[in-house]
Design a protein around this ligand. Structure first.
Ligand code: ATP
Ligand code: MG
Length: 655
């Protein structure tokens, strides 16, 4: 970004107070901000005591060698014990932990007692395969209970897992297996995607032929689809491949968990790759679990006795780690785990699941909300969604229009919407409203959580005044912060700690509004420079989405001889909207009216799809490659690379 702050263009005046009943019973009240402000470390020490420690920590933060933090370093605990066993010991063994819903419609519920038996069996199986504390285990699975069980079994043994999204190619899997030097791969024959079996095992076979993966001794395979392996193009390697049902099912359901140091590695996870080559983020035990657990309790106001919680993310992303596995289970939640896609076999599938289980708290991503908007209001209207009481959003800035639609059509015009900002690197939610406290503003993540220090600075690292834009930074260490990039301390320093002295640089543009609330404005790499003004892609996209004919928009700045960059917009129209002659002019005029003439896109191109990462984020860098007529950059984390051909074919002529 140049040395001019982000222009502050979007005005959003709608406000929503917390429902009185929710506020009266809320897990966390306004007083938490005060307490954390008075004694930040004392506040986190108190949250750490929500967990069960084998050895209670006496120190909270060791920041003597910044930016390499140690939290609760002399404490010891076992993560799986905290997520499973302690609930059973507390008499909650009969509570359902997971309501699993398979894409074909099969379902299975596991209580905490059953989960405990399964995790113990899986841990004993890994021991039989020679897994020792510290060994890395790669997990390449569909969204099934065994995936959660496998992660917890690894955590129980102190064997860091590296979950690789099941939609990734053999190449992506091989790179991650090699980078972590994994000893075991846990996978399945396949899972169900869009109504049919989608094989996984062949990709494992192929990945393990690549150099650097030789240390993988065993491949543990869950039978999910039952599709014959040969039919899927997989071969069974005797001595290496083992069926889960043959090995795990015959193990003892007793296993005594060992307590590990708070700084023992818990997992490695790669970022989504939206802005470039994915980074292997290392998270450790005590601080990570403290913040994942506390934020899940605070931000979703989770009442474990009565709530049915559902996070729609894939466990292959950090949201799945922190808000499907570690946060909810450490809090003793009952949650839904869904295997498939939202539109299989019909576009009301999610709402049918909400109705079936009486889901009370739903956590999803803007990309999914915009897809539902595109499919039409009448689809959710067919289902009883009255059980819902808190809605969450994560992954991208949520356009105010999508936020309002979510609250109205899913939340029955009553539920708070919490827009949660965080990253793989932060491990847990950092900036978000609290549902019983914050008067919410559509499109804004608003306030750092109690115990979190975040602000917006300009190029010279000065905090910007209210009403101005700049870069989001974190000014104090936090318990679930990444400890490093796996095997690359230098990249850790360069990426996050070198831009601003002593502050964590998140890589996201942001502004503070007149009340001091934080609005995320997209990646710093994506910010556009138009005639000397830095303009946020997010704001132009939100203006486009506020037009009734637009469901989704992606905006990029393309090199332009007159204005440095010109705004180029790609839009998906809402169901039924026609791509007539006047549309482009109408949309340009709409943006000019919403944001001012400077933000008017030079080009607007209606398209059928946008390029997205496997985690559902728009990859603007590829659209910029198209707009500037360049070869496409790294596409390995793209969901569907044929989308790029489709978009390219729509361009009238190369610019
Ligand atoms: P890479 O770092 O490899 O480019 P990535 O940043 O997409 O990938 P993640 O860690 O999955 O990988 O995503 C974190 C990013 O997602 C944040 O930095 C931010 O840009 C965006 N994000 C997440 N939640 C929100 C939110 N509520 N509002 C705005 N942006 C968000
Ligand atoms: Mg990132």
């Amino acid at each position: 970004m140049s040395n001019e702050s982000l222009a502050n263009l979007l005005k959003e005046e709608r406000r929503f107070a917390p429902p009185a009943a929710l506020a009266a019973e809320a897990n966390v009240t306004a007083e938490a901000y005060e307490r954390a402000k008075a004694d930040r470390l004392g506040f986190w020490a108190e949250q750490a005591r929500r967990l069960t420690w084998a050895v209670e920590p006496s120190e909270t933060l060791d920041w003597s060698n910044p930016p390499f933090a140690k939290w609760f370093a002399d404490g010891k605990l076992n993560v799986a014990y905290n997520c499973v066993d302690r609930h059973v010991e507390n008499g909650l063994g009969d509570r359902v932990a997971l309501h699993f819903e398979g894409e074909p419609g099969d379902s299975r519920s596991l209580t905490y007692a059953e989960l405990q038996s399964e995790v113990c069996r899986a841990a004993n199986a890994l021991i039989e395969l020679g897994v020792q504390t510290g060994d890395r285990v790669a997990i390449y699975m569909p969204m099934i209970p065994e995936t959660v069980i496998a992660m917890l079994a690894c955590a129980r043994l102190g064997a860091p897992h590296s979950v690789v999204f099941g939609g990734f190619s053999a190449d992506a899997l091989a790179t991650r297996v090699k980078d972590a030097d994994a000893r075991v791969v846990i996978t399945a024959d396949g899972g169900y995607r869009r109504g049919k079996p989608s094989a996984l095992k062949p990709a494992v076979d192929e990945a393990l032929t690549r150099p650097g993966t030789e240390n993988v001794r065993s491949v543990l395979v869950v039978r999910r689809t039952g599709q014959p392996l040969e039919e899927a193009g997989s071969t069974w390697t005797e001595g290496r491949d083992v069926w889960w049902h043959e090995l795990v099912d015959r193990q003892s359901d007793q296993h005594t968990p060992e307590a590990f140091d708070a700084e023992h590695p818990l997992f490695i996870l790669y970022t989504s790759g939206t802005t470039g080559k994915p980074k292997g983020i290392l998270h450790t035990t005590g601080g990570y679990l403290t913040q994942a657990s506390y934020t899940h309790h605070a931000v979703f106001d989770l009442k474990p006795e009565s709530d049915v919680y559902w996070c729609t993310a894939d466990v292959g992303w950090v949201t799945g780690h922190s808000y499907i596995v570690y946060g909810p289970l450490s809090n003793g939640a009952t949650e839904v785990l869904y295997e498939g896609t939202p539109d299989t076999p019909h576009q009301g599938r999610w709402w049918e699941i909400v109705q079936k289980y009486g889901v009370t708290v739903l956590y999803t991503a803007p990309t999914a909300i915009r897809a539902c908007m595109k499919w039409g209001d009448d689809i959710p209207a067919k289902f009883d969604l009255s059980s819902l009481r808190v809605l969450g959003s994560v992954g991208e800035p949520i356009n105010p229009e999508a936020w309002v639609w979510y609250r109205e059509h899913i939340g029955g015009n009553t539920t708070p919407v919490v827009d949660t900002w965080w990253q793989t690197e932060t491990g847990a939610i950092m900036v978000s409203p609290l549902p019983g406290v914050t008067e919410t503003k559509p499109g804004s993540a608003q306030v750092p959580l109690p115990g979190i220090a975040a602000t917006v600075v300009d190029d010279e690292a000065n905090e910007v005044p209210n009403g101005s834009g700049g870069y989001l930074v974190l000014t104090e260490p936090w318990p679930s912060m990444l400890r490093t990039i796996w095997g690359d301390d230098q990249r850790y320093l360069d990426t996050y700690w070198s831009r601003f002295e002593g502050r964590y640089f998140a890589g996201d543009g942001a502004k503070k509004d007149e009340d001091g609330d934080i609005w995320l404005l997209g990646r710093v790499d994506d910010v556009m420079l138009v005639s000397g003004h830095n303009i946020s892609t997010t704001e132009v996209e939100s203006a486009l989405v506020s037009h009734p004919k637009v469901a989704e928009a992606a905006v990029v700045g393309a090199a332009d001889p007159q204005t440095t960059q010109a705004i180029c917009a790609f839009v998906i129209l809402r169901g039924g909207a026609a791509e007539d002659d006047g549309l482009v002019e109408e949309l340009r005029a709409h943006v000019a009216k919403q944001l001012g003439p400077i933000a008017k896109p030079k080009r607007i191109l209606p398209v059928a799809e946008l390029p997205k990462t496997r985690s559902g984020k728009i990859m603007r860098r590829l659209l910029r490659d198209i707009a500037e007529n360049r070869a496409l950059g790294d596409v390995t984390t793209l969901t569907d690379s044929s989308v790029m051909d489709l978009i390219q074919s729509k361009l009238p002529s190369a610019p």
